[in-house]
Design a protein around this ligand. Structure first.
Ligand code: ACM
Length: 263
């Protein structure tokens, strides 16, 4: 099985254009599982709830239905970041479309920088989606969640083989941590980051690409450049992540000592 991370430059505020682009890239990706960036349907740098609210999507939105329909046509799983509206609440969310099953939603737990003035804190917790026909368990976290090792650990303890991380990363330090999240949990990690920049008039955020897929021992399986759109693919073997031993005696889950930890 192949997985892919898509690196793109969403058009700020233009859901229809971003949806078309996501559908085209989804068709093109040579992989059963295709991961898109955080807020890929909307762009990122919203600075007030009033600005975001008209753009935010409810779960019945035609844009989500259009992507789901391409997933069904191509028989691919897609994970896509979008701003979710639920009544008066706004979430920085990601949806997993299983072409042979249900949708799974994740709402970002740890809000980064000015996101906290725009979004409500996610309330889903860290769940794992079982993709039966691929024998694959996907856990989703979004961007800044990487700073909290508890997020990846919770997903791994929940049975994830692959942690998908739709992102809009603006620093470079994540490149030290993401392979470690893979290694310390013995899971695959896929970071779909965006490129380009967005400004609110007084401040500009630049997104630094380098989307990557890491193997369960922390090696780089595929990587994209810092400033071009593209798709990176890698083969994965999910079942290999389920045996948490790394030598005949040690097993990183069996060797945990929760009594000694204060989390
Ligand atoms: C981030 O959480 N978008 C850095």
């Amino acid at each position: 099985m192949n997985i892919a991370v898509v690196q793109m430059n969403p058009v700020f505020g233009d859901v229809a254009a971003n949806c078309d682009r996501i559908c085209a890239l989804l068709q093109r990706a040579d992989a059963e599982v295709v991961i898109f960036p955080e807020l890929a349907l909307s762009g990122y740098f919203f600075t007030s709830r009033e600005q975001l609210a008209p753009i935010a999507l409810d779960r019945e939105s035609p844009a989500l239905a259009a992507i789901e329909s391409v997933c069904r046509q191509c028989n691919k799983v897609a994970i896509v970041g979008f701003p979710e509206r639920n009544g008066a609440r706004l979430y920085n969310a990601a949806v997993t479309f299983d072409p042979r099953g249900e949708r799974h939603y994740y709402r970002k737990t740890h809000l980064f920088y000015r996101e906290r003035f725009v979004f409500d804190e996610g309330d889903t917790g860290f769940g794992v989606s079982e993709i039966g026909w691929l024998d694959l368990r996907i856990g989703t976290m979004i961007c800044y969640d990487w700073r909290f090792p508890e997020a990846a650990r919770t997903l791994a303890l929940g049975g994830a083989d692959l942690i998908a991380c739709p992102s809009n990363l603006v620093t470079h330090v994540w490149r030290m941590a993401m392979p470690v999240r893979a290694l310390e949990n013995k899971v695959y990690v896929a970071v779909a980051n965006r490129i380009g920049s967005e400004s609110d008039g007084s401040e500009t955020l630049t997104f630094n690409g380098r989307s990557a897929i890491y193997g369960y021992n922390g090696t780089v399986l595929a990587e994209l450049p810092a400033d071009t759109e593209g798709i990176a693919c890698a083969p994965i073997e999910p079942a290999k992540t389920r045996n948490k031993s790394f030598n005949p005696i040690n097993d990183i889950f069996a060797d945990r000592r929760p009594w000694a930890y204060r989390l």
